[in-house]
Design a binder for this molecule. Structure first.
Ligand code: PMP
Ligand code: GLU
Length: 397
């Protein structure tokens, strides 16, 4: 539409949000759709967090908040980074936002100039490439494949660096693959960054607590590059608080101040009630987080076993987050009743309409051979979804 800005015309719609919307539309028509497209925990926010929000309302936490968040919350985040991650940040290096999504956009908009390159390993989380587009940066992809557990090597990283490289961004645990980088693997990447002092690193750690193998490792642990690392995290996943909209970044003070300035012109501080709830989340122990993680691990094992049984699907065992990213390209070119499946998007729509299971095409994450399944759903729903997928795929020939 010509009256809209080029900026918005060039932007793609979020596929995760689109598929969730399509799924909801079918549900509204009375169809029993199993939603495996949206990445949000199906658990309730812990009781003590909800209580803190109710109390905040009664205590009249109803005014504008400081742009970077209440100092108490920023201090609690700094303490969490020290206690859980052994990372030292002063509270004025923390900027609270309306979700990790906003923190990612803030960091990109504050650092990337038009034409500068941002290196992104594929598969990547759906919004990265679009945020870079908004900043008029150029995305340089590094392809990671299922054979390498969807992780990149230091040599691949170094080969992608050019004089125009401004930033590198990735998530670990990864959305959409569930891959988790170990401390040793991150050391390899950090050693490359140490040689290039003008490159900034966005480390999206929103799934840090949904990690089935190791203690969470952050690339900010390497002193020689820590000042150039921007940690992104939030409350959506660990505390099942997606709708509360609280995220944050931890970065060097100049970057934190820049993001404060940007937020001050766009959104101001996030909701007072949500911040009080987030504070309660960080002031309590990790009991609810651990219980949720254990449940996700159980589900991962169930879904992995079921997906392995489906012919033509190649799948790795994810070490974290709550997604599978199976390769489905063996089905491309196959058809049923004259309907040909040529792409991952065709397959994802076929599964929605035929099996009533909503997934997301891998194209949205920079990989055309795969689809993403979220296993943030009840066990019986997951079992039913896998059986429906298997049956629908068996009709393709
Ligand atoms: N990063 C990744 C990798 C995600 O999957 C998501 C989706 N929740 C976000 C950031 C954004 O999270 P938030 O709800 O805090 O905006
Ligand atoms: N992060 C979740 C996902 O990947 C939620 C959707 C979104 O924020 O785009 O599905």
């Amino acid at each position: 539409m010509t009256f809209l800005s080029q900026r918005i015309n060039n932007l793609s719609e979020s596929q995760t949000i689109k598929m969730a919307k399509l799924g909801r539309e079918l549900t509204a028509k009375g169809i029993d759709v199993i939603n495996l497209s949206f990445g949000e925990p199906d658990f309730f926010t812990p009781e003590h967090v909800k209580e803190a929000a109710k109390k905040a309302i009664d205590e009249n936490y109803s005014y504008y908040t400081p742009v970077s968040g209440y100092p108490e919350l920023r201090k609690a985040i700094a303490e969490k980074l020290k206690n859980e991650n052994d990372l030292t940040y002063n509270f004025d290096q923390i900027v609270v936002s309306t979700g990790a999504k906003q923190s990612l956009a803030n960091a990109i908009l504050c650092l990337v100039n038009p034409g500068e390159e941002v290196i992104v390993p594929t598969p990547y989380w759906v919004s990265y490439s679009e945020m870079i587009k908004l900043a008029e940066g150029e995305t340089v992809f590094i392809n990671a494949t299922v054979e390498n557990d969807f992780k990149i090597t230091p040599a691949q990283l170094e080969a992608a660096i050019t004089p125009k490289t401004k930033m590198f961004m990735f998530s670990s645990p990864c959305n959409p693959t569930g891959s988790v980088y170990s401390h040793e693997e991150l050391a390899g990447l950090a050693a490359v960054f140490a040689k290039y002092p003008n490159i900034y690193i966005i480390s999206d750690e929103i799934y840090e607590h949904i990690n089935f193998v190791d203690k969470h490792a952050s690339i900010a642990a390497f002193d020689e590059i820590k000042d150039r690392v921007i940690i992104i995290n939030g409350f959506s996943k660990a505390y099942a608080m997606t709708g509360w909209r609280v995220g944050y970044m931890a970065a060097n003070k100049a970057i934190a101040d820049a993001c404060d300035k940007l937020q001050g012109q766009i959104t101001s501080g996030t909701s007072s009630i949500s911040q009080r709830a987030a504070l309660a989340a960080y002031q309590s122990g990790l009991e609810s987080v651990t219980a949720m993680k254990d449940e996700f691990k159980k589900r991962r094992d169930i879904v992995y076993a079921l997906l392995k049984e489906i012919p033509g699907i190649k799948v790795n065992l994810p070490d974290g987050a709550f997604y599978f990213f199976p390769e489905v390209k063996e089905y491309f070119g196959k058809s049923v009743n004259g309907q040909v499946i040529n792409t991952a998007e065709d397959l994802s729509l076929y599964l929605l309409n035929e099996a009533h299971v909503s997934t997301v095409t891998g194209e949205a994450f920079g990989n055309e051979d795969c689809i993403r399944l979220s296993y943030a759903a009840a066990e019986d729903q997951l079992v039913k979804a896998c059986s429906r997928i298997k049956e629908a795929l068996s009709k393709l020939s």
